[in-house]
Design a protein around this ligand. Structure first.
Ligand code: SF4
Ligand code: SF4
Length: 114
């Protein structure tokens, strides 16, 4: 089941998800079958179908499993370092304003280990 929050931050606020390079993608469907959380779906256009990242927030933060499965090297992810910085920034903002919209209570910064 996809996570709704990550360390007290709404999952949708965290920019972590795969990106497909369609110059390299061969439409083999491995990524669609591999991701058990349904981040990918096939988009059917007449008789052709191509994978799309239909549900980016379903992707587990910092998972890169499908990248290794892609035989064409067409899947990439953002920088983990930059994503950690963004998460810490969001977490600090959340601690300053606990009433800001989110789906759960914020946890202390000291518990943030990725
Ligand atoms: S696994 Fe790679 S090549 Fe195959 S459909 Fe997904 S992105 Fe395209
Ligand atoms: S990285 Fe993991 S959770 Fe994210 S789309 Fe790929 S297989 Fe799914």
């Amino acid at each position: 089941m996809p996570e709704e929050t990550y360390h007290g931050i709404a999952r949708k606020e965290i920019p972590w998800h795969p990106t497909i390079d369609y110059e390299k993608c061969t439409n083999c469907g491995t990524c669609v079958k591999y991701c058990a959380l349904g981040a990918y779906e096939f988009l059917v256009i007449q008789v052709e179908k191509k994978p799309i990242v239909k549900n980016p927030s379903n992707c587990v933060v910092f998972c890169t499993g499908c990248e290794e499965q892609c035989p064409a090297g067409a899947i990439s992810f953002p920088s983990k370092k930059e994503t950690r910085k963004i998460i810490l920034k969001l977490k600090k903002e959340k601690l300053k304003d606990p009433l800001a919209p989110s789906n759960s209570v914020a946890t202390p910064l000291s518990s943030f280990n990725t």
